[in-house]
Design a protein around this ligand. Structure first.
Ligand code: PAF
Length: 282
């Protein structure tokens, strides 16, 4: 098993990252909020193929949680996470502190429009993407990473990070990684830990509905009808649906020419008080 180094302060992080850069190594960053599962390990596996040294950051970022969201109860499992990172051969586990990430008087944020204003997650989680874009920019700058991996599970986040990286000319290549699923189709997520055993089967219906929607789009059914029926089906199955949308896969804006545009189907729905998101290409 590889000896995974640990950094908690920015000085500790820079000590390692600077030394790697001096040696001419390329660095991959895998930004996470911890509670690591197979999906995160896929991000690590991809990062290892893309660079000489891999840093995994674990930071439950207060800036991206809204009032009444699950910041306090978000699972924090540092020891278990470290064990997984060691087994995965990660070079550095970085646990930034709130005090250093958001120093006294902090008042600078990164605000993205375009894919961050698509009426999807942004409509239900105001300020969320400002929090994500700000922390991701800070993680990129502090680590000096050359590449970073992001899961397609958080598809809007992936598009926001791509846009932000391009707009700020950050020299980081963003590598998207396909969603890892349970056999039932349920997308792996740290928030699945909140699901009661009986809810897991119902939760898997999200993926089944997404696949049905993709199939119908291929048959030529209109994006509006597919989105309407998808929402209806999940509502009937007991979900409280925030959105079931067919969008342009790059801009995330509503589809204008269904046959010419790349399409993505995106869903957010609640089962009890557990909010689940998922998406697939169409
Ligand atoms: O996807 C996540 O876990 C978070 O949004 C991220 C990218 C680590 C930023 O806090």
């Amino acid at each position: 098993m590889k000896s995974t180094k640990i950094a908690r302060t920015l000085d500790e992080l820079r000590l390692h990252a600077d030394a790697w850069r001096d040696l001419g190594y390329t660095i991959a960053l895998v930004p996470t909020m911890g509670a690591l599962h197979e999906g995160h390990l896929k991000l690590v596996e991809t990062a290892k193929r893309e660079a000489d040294a891999v840093i995994v950051s674990i930071f439950v970022n207060p800036l991206q949680f809204g009032k009444g969201e699950d910041f306090d109860r978000y699972p924090r499992t540092e020891e278990k996470d470290l064990k997984k990172l060691r087994a995965a051969g990660v070079d550095l586990a970085w646990f930034p502190t709130v005090e250093e990430m958001y120093p006294e008087g902090f008042c600078t944020t990164v605000h993205v429009e375009g894919p961050a204003k698509a009426g999807l997650e942004d409509a239900h989680r105001p300020g969320h993407f400002d929090g994500v874009a700000t922390v991701v920019a800070k993680l990129f700058i502090a680590s000096g990473c050359h590449v970073a991996t992001f899961g397609e599970k958080d598809y809007q986040q992936l598009q926001v990070v791509r846009r932000m990286t391009r707009d700020l000319n950050l020299p980081v290549t963003i590598i998207p990684v396909p969603t890892v699923r349970e056999e039932s189709g349920l997308a792996l997520s740290s928030r699945n830990a909140y699901l009661e055993p009986g809810q897991r089967e119902t939760a898997a219906l999200i993926h089944a509905e997404l696949r049905r929607a993709a199939e119908r789009l291929k048959q030529g059914v209109s994006a509006e009808a597919v989105a309407f029926d998808g929402r209806q089906a999940l509502t009937e199955a007991g979900f409280d649906v925030d959105y079931f949308a067919v969008r342009n896969a790059e801009t995330l804006q509503p589809v204008k020419d269904q046959r010419a545009e790349p399409l993505r189907i995106l869903v957010a729905a609640r089962l009890g008080d557990v909010r689940l998101i998922d998406n697939i290409a169409a």
